[in-house]
Design a protein around this ligand. Sequence first.
Ligand SMILES: NC(=O)N[C@@H](CC(=O)O)C(=O)O
Ligand SMILES: [Zn+2]
Ligand SMILES: [Zn+2]
Length: 342
Amino acid sequence: MTREIVLTRPDDWHIHLRDGDALRRTVPDAARQFRRTIVMPNLVPPVQNAEQALAYRERILSQAKGDFDPLMVLYLTDNTSAEDIARAKAAGVVACKLYPAGATTNSDSGVTDINNVYPTLEAMQREGVYLLIHGEVTDSAIDIFDREKTFLDRTLSRVVKDFPSLRIVLEHITTADAAEFVKAAPANVGATITAHHLLYNRNHMLAGGIRPHYYCLPILKRQSHQQALLQAATSGNPKFFLGTDSAPHAKSKKEAACGCAGSYTAYSAIELYAEAFDSAGELDKLEGFASHFGPDFYGLPRNRDTITLVNTPWQLPAQLTYLDEHIVPLCAGETLNWQIKA
Ligand SMILES: NC(=O)N[C@@H](CC(=O)O)C(=O)O
Ligand SMILES: [Zn+2]
Ligand SMILES: [Zn+2]
């Protein structure tokens, strides 16, 4: 029997669209399902001020049709000033992204010590600019599987206490610890969860061969963490909402001796989430997570139009064109049970 579900059109509260010719791939893929996207600023060089954010937004819109609405984010550095924040706010920038320097792809210009940005966080709190966080420590003495948990203990708990009215999103959470932290935190703290962290754990990446397309940061954790994330996403708790962290890297840079971190999910993101929610028997919780809780947290209206998902199996292509070569979407060549009805 064919099943269908109708959802308020979803939004993606964390995505990497990159720049230049890459936008021809990433923007239509995202716009196929999402209306708004929170666009990550980790370009080279990063998006650091209002002018750069507005110019980047125009380049994105030049590849978009319809009412696709990219929401812009500044990349925090040790030197981001209170004036940068005020000008960004006036230009419609919604958030700043904290990358601990060295934590992930294109984070070299990130923050070297959280104390360096305390005056900036003060300005953000005052202006109502959101703080989005890649929550991992970069301390080489800390095991890569523990870096998120250590960030909660060493940094985030302090920031939450010191800035009680700053709106904070802990991005792409990967552990039961992060889910618990966010649940217990005050209402100004939320989190995004990716489809791949709901569908996979580190066994998928490392058992029976190393699979580079599952390699992203924060890295996939053990199965009990995957289950805790699935529980949080399907709980109906409005602090947890959709953020794909779709991050394109050319096939040759992923399938390499030192492969890049990032998984490309934009091509079939909502279908991957449907797969995850269905596996937990919680498909009726998908709409809140994908379409309601994000705009509610950001104080924006929910979308008015809808998309329909139908359980007609389809096969993902082995690869997609990207720049001058290819990109391998997550689940390449595999069959998904849900698809957007044309
Ligand atoms: N998630 C990733 O593994 N990679 C992201 C950066 C990020 O979100 O940390 C990227 O820009 O490629
Ligand atoms: Zn990140
Ligand atoms: Zn990301």
